[in-house]
Design a binder for this molecule. Sequence first.
Ligand SMILES: Cc1cc2nc3c(=O)[nH]c(=O)nc-3n(C[C@H](O)[C@H](O)[C@H](O)COP(=O)(O)O)c2cc1C
Length: 192
Amino acid sequence: MKILALNGSPRKGGNTEILLEETLKGVKEQGGEVTVYNLNSLTLRPCQHCGGCDATGRCVIQDDMQAIHKDVRTSDRIIIASPIFFFSVSAQTKMVIDRCQAFWAEKYVHKKPVPPGPFGRKGLLLLVGGMKQNEKNQGYLCAEATTRAFFRTVNVQEHLTLAYDHVDEKEAIRKHPTALKEVYEAGRKLAQ
Ligand SMILES: Cc1cc2nc3c(=O)[nH]c(=O)nc-3n(C[C@H](O)[C@H](O)[C@H](O)COP(=O)(O)O)c2cc1C
């Protein structure tokens, strides 16, 4: 089973990375082949809405996204881990999601959705935010809606979301009473 993990936090050793590492411990216990991208360290341009993908279903911009596209296409499980920034996913995460417009063109214009593969396709969204749940929990809702649209576009039929609020300082997630255990378990289940 191939597992793709996208870390959308720019803070090295921060809460998102810790959550993702713990998740991947669970995944690896099941023996999957894991690929992790730390999005902040890649060379990526935002979608230019150039229409290039409408013609072929493939993105015409040549940068590190080509490798991510390949892994999005061939992975059985996709994990997105992001901090909440201004009530949504981080810019690094959103840029990758927008660049998956090529999958939208492939699915809806060319009628060729990504094939489900031998294990079906499942997703996991990990979110961490510094604020206490407030304003009707908009950070979570916006990030969840954006990622749901991404998963649907790349033909991931079901996903679980684990979100942690009131976690702001670097490494504060280590003091959370349940988070590390929960994401470890989620990783284990995801790769089963
Ligand atoms: C630019 C920026 C915007 C942020 N906006 C929000 C927000 O809207 N809601 C929230 O709960 N936390 C917000 N935060 C706090 C982060 O989500 C929080 O510190 C999180 O733990 C960071 O995760 P990391 O350690 O993986 O970077 C923001 C932080 C930054 C730097």
